[in-house]
Design a protein around this ligand. Sequence first.
Ligand code: HSE
Length: 429
Amino acid sequence: MRTRPLKVALLGCGVVGSEVARIMTTHADDLAARIGAPVELAGVAVRRPSKVREGIDPALVTTDATALVKRGDIDVVVEVIGGIEPARALITTAFEHGASVVSANKALLAQDGAALHAAAVEHGRDLYYEAAVAGAIPLIRPLRESLAGDKVNRVLGIVNGTTNFILDKMDSTGAGYQEALDEATALGYAEADPTADVEGFDAAAKAAILAGIAFHTRVRLDDVYREGMTEVTSADFASARQMGCTIKLLAICERAADNGSVTARVHPAMIPLDHPLASVRGAYNAVFVEAEAAGQLMFYGPGAGGAPTASAVLGDLVAVCRNKLAGSTGPGDSAYTRLPVSPMGDVVTRYHISLDVADKPGVLAQVATVFAEHGVSIDTVRQSGKDGEASLVVVTHRAADAALTGTVDALRKLDTVRGVASIMRVEGE
Ligand code: HSE
């Protein structure tokens, strides 16, 4: 074994970074044996240097992240600060000064993955980011390496733990959105500003990364259709239950069978209770991958949290260090197919639409006519009501999203339709 250590710079020492440092220290001998050389924490860049960080030599702590990545003797930079800047500049500078990079930064990878990969290639370095998607769950490497000989057609999953916790709480206790969010905040799942999670930005970034790797193409955050889950109500859960379903915030990346395009989307959806994703509880994540030869694979586990995310970071660190010792780099960007990304309007799925209508002769026929005029076929209709007003629940067969949008716009214009209470996609059947 080589005795000269590989030097690691840690950018960020929060929930994930502190766990990375802890595992590097407590598992130092095993890591050295697995890599073939010791790994040494050579510097830790933080914003608040006065904070006491157990197990970290204060002499390693600096507020000057740029100087740390420019040192020239750093082998691997671990970036766990998140956000676009200064993370992007620091990663680029790290490549320029000879380091490989391990990152957990989904927002940056989803927005600028192509440029970062290009910078890594230009400087002959590695860029690994298993921790950017679904915490501890191995997904990037299975897609990039284990399934490299197969053709992935679909990736469907729960990739945000906070929103899964909230939806699970609403489903299992009847709590409203705000009550469930408050509990998620109290337990440390939701951040003080939960927007990235509850509005689906976090899941959309992960969907962009997964779609790009799965389909060997370029999918950016802006290509991902996104709806958050803040509008999901207890009434939606009651409707879902009547259909034998629950509601999950899903990330869905699909290859269109007919025209070779791909789509990526994040939105709440009803899924049948007997679908494996329905039993993913609390803050857990799970992702289905459907590949031509492999069939259906499911990846399940903790998708967030310090130690689980650090596990993924450490796995990447070991891989990158091994590559370094071998004088090589691992598999990089593979976006060679350049497939077009279709808009949401082209996505075909089923819909559950809840309408408030006048309960009088001809209303059902009027509503049905609007669906027919837009080429949307109705599967089931359920009506309940009293005092001249009714609630109408329509579940459709598969239809294009654009056709459904046209249908709903036309329904809103009918005098007899008092309001559209909810529209939810139905997936996983
Ligand atoms: N906030 C994310 C979640 C974890 O709740 O799943 C980091 O991606």
